[in-house]
Design a binder for this molecule. Sequence first.
Ligand SMILES: [Zn+2]
Length: 198
Amino acid sequence: MFIELTDHLRCPASHEESFLVLLPDRMEGRSVRTGHLGCPVCGRAFELADGVLDLGGRPPGAAPSALEPDALAALAGLSGPGGYFVLVGAPAARWRELSELQPGVSLVAVNPVSGVGDEPGLSVIRGEMLPLKSKTMRGVVLGRPYSDDRHWVEEAARVVLPGLRVVGEGAAEPDPAVVELMASAGGVWVGSPHRSLR
Ligand SMILES: [Zn+2]
């Protein structure tokens, strides 16, 4: 995990949003390979192993993605370096191409397909929610079946920076009370968080 991403992590417990304190055991350059993250509010501790933060639980399995990295970047409105972009499920499998198209954007893979591991340019998180602080990310892409699950759409809408976008690949369009749709075609939708969430 990219060490600077740890500043944007939150405790996954349902109490008020709290940061996590990193206790690194082993670093490689700017990547935390092993360590622990502790919550100062509830005292829970989470392990970082092989660079991956695994919060446990039973996240849904990822269905294949048809999103091309260039289309993905365009839909998400991603241009220019800096910040973090979140790929949930199968779209993370093509993170290298996205990284080449958008150098300087740190990518975060959540519940990627097997074979996608933590390495420079990509941080990997596993869990049943997005353990990221609200309004911190440059965008979120939800693969199938995440985009059809209100909980995940709400999580995506929570973590994106005001005015930025959530992209979903799935059968159903999101609840307009969560994501205000900008466009939807061919099983892919784009929107931004409802104004009440900003
Ligand atoms: Zn906590």
